[in-house]
Design a protein around this ligand. Structure first.
Ligand code: BG6
Length: 494
């Protein structure tokens, strides 16, 4: 199974591995824009703290920046509260002090000179070999302003920049956004983050496919009937109404996470497990993706969404989407990929199901049960504690020939190294510091996805209502017929 270190050879005990990782990475100044925002509070500050405490990150200094007024002390207090809330028990008092002294703050209102001065001070503490990682945890319109500020502050050299979605909202805006960013940063400096690809379980799809001789020979249209990528969520909008109302499920989840996961399921074997080879193969998948046909899309909205404060009373925003997409190449032609995600659904899960073609049933007597519980499936549960299951028909013990569905299952939790799993953002920040773009999205890749999305964006089907706590509007069943959605599972994971 893949560990969190797939691009580094870990030679032995964890401590040696950590040292090797640190030594291969220059000291870094992390300039965190949006440092007091929601993502920083929930994920980025706790993640950076954990990287420092676990000695995974190289020497680092952090310069936080946002529109809020803070000084170093009050920013440290903010960061402490976020670590206590979102990574409780992650560090002792001494460890916190060790992390806290690396935190500094400069308000973005103070302008480029103040930012440059603060970064220069941090660099003095780290020495001349240090590099810069600018993390733009800000909305897209603010991102361009930050990039201009970085240029004005002469902070582009020796730097990489991590950007958060959305990377545009349609083809034109994505092309324009990329062109504007490229005026300041080269593509090699840009790390467009998709936190799903930082999940251990998603990377395990690559390991599973390419490290084994068992499945790859049957990983194609001759043996696979269809694929489902299902990411229902129970959560609603919390305090993200404004963002969500303008975005909707397709742009929030499908263009980013679901189609990125699809790429890992569908790619050809890369020539090497290295960034350029994998990025190239992913681009080919996106180029082979058939344009999204609105006739194969169900858009849903949960009953009550329009009553949420901040939502337009006649809002057409979808809080749910299910769609059928196709990858038109030799491996996948004719194999439907069904994607589904939404808010306020029955359960929160992240599941990829590969359904294999069924065997001819002719030799089994009627009523034997073969095929009665759907086709054989390979299932990836992309939860933080990831699982894998292969289900197949076997004989029920006893007289006669009755079949029932059995399964072989594996859970990462069973491994001794389970505690080495890095949280997605931790993994990706570390990769960005090391200049490893394997798990990041390229400009060309994202533009292809928007291009394939245009028929849907230009001609979206009407939203259909669904009741909160369900699996979406009824029309989802027609979309997938004669197949069936696998969630909810009839049988629980063991
Ligand atoms: C985010 C979306 O990118 O991913 C959210 O904006 C969604 O709407 C979240 O809830 C899901 O991520 P995870 O890691 O919690 O499954």
């Amino acid at each position: 199974m893949v560990r969190n270190d797939d691009t580094i050879a870990y030679p032995g005990p964890a401590s040696r591995a950590k040292r090797a990782l640190q030594e291969s990475t220059s000291p870094h100044v992390i300039v965190l824009f949006g440092a007091t925002g929601d993502l920083a509070r929930r994920k980025l500050l706790p993640g950076l703290a954990k990287l420092v405490v676990n000695e995974l990150a190289p020497e680092m200094q952090i310069v936080g920046s946002s529109l809020d007024e803070h000084d170093d002390e009050s920013f440290r207090a903010f960061a402490k509260a976020s670590v206590e809330q979102f990574a409780p028990g992650a560090m002792t008092g001494d460890e916190w002090e060790e992390f806290a002294k690396r935190l500094h703050y400069v308000s973005s209102g103070a302008g480029p000179d103040a930012l440059a001065a603060s970064v220069a001070e941090a660099e003095e503490r780290l020495g001349p070999e240090s590099r810069r990682l600018h993390y733009l945890s800000v909305p897209p319109n603010a991102a361009l302003k930050v990039i201009q500020m970085l240029a004005a502050a002469h902070l582009v050299a020796r730097s990489r920049v991590v950007m958060e979605k959305p990377f545009g909202t349609d083809l034109d805006s994505a092309v324009e956004l990329n062109a504007q960013i490229h005026e300041t940063f080269s593509e090699e400096q840009i790390f467009r983050i998709d936190h799903f690809l930082g999940k251990e379980a998603v990377q395990n799809i690559l390991a599973f496919r390419f490290a084994n001789g068992l499945f790859e020979p049957i990983w194609n249209r001759n043996f696979i009937d269809h694929v489902q990528i299902d990411i229902p969520e129970t959560l609603g909008l919390d305090d993200r109404v404004e963002f969500y109302e303008a975005t909707g499920a397709y742009k929030d989840m499908v263009v980013t996470h679901l189609l990125q996961v699809l790429a890992f399921v569908a790619i050809e074997p890369p020539t090497a497990l290295e960034p350029r080879a994998i990025i190239d193969e992913k681009k080919k998948v996106f180029r082979s993706l058939l344009p999204i046909d609105p006739a194969h899309v169900v858009r849903g909205q949960y009953a009550g969404y329009r009553d949420e404060p901040g939502v337009a009373p006649d809002s057409d925003t979808e809080t749910f989407i299910a769609l059928k997409v196709g990858v038109d190449n030799w491996r996948w032609a004719g194999v439907p990929f069904y994607l589904r995600t939404g808010k306020r659904m029955a359960e929160g899960l992240r599941v990829v199901s590969i359904a294999f073609k069924e065997a001819p049933r002719s030799m089994f007597p009627a009523g034997s049960g073969v095929g009665s519980q759907g086709p054989d499936h390979l299932t990836f549960d992309l939860a933080d504690a990831s699982k894998l299951s292969l289900s197949f028909y076997g004989k029920r013990p006893g007289p006669g020939m009755r079949m029932e569905k059995l399964s072989m299952q594996f859970a990462t939790d069973e491994l001794a190294e389970a505690e080495d799993v890095l949280e997605a953002y931790e993994r990706l920040i570390l990769d960005a510091m090391r200049g490893d773009r394997t798990l990041f999205t390229s400009a060309e890749g994202i533009e292809s996805l928007w291009e394939r999305s245009m028929p849907l964006l230009e001609n979206p089907p009407e939203v259909k209502l669904y009741q909160p706590g369900t699996w979406g509007p009824n029309a989802i069943h027609q979309l997938i017929a004669p197949n069936a959605w696998r969630l909810p599972f009839e049988r629980p994971w063991r």
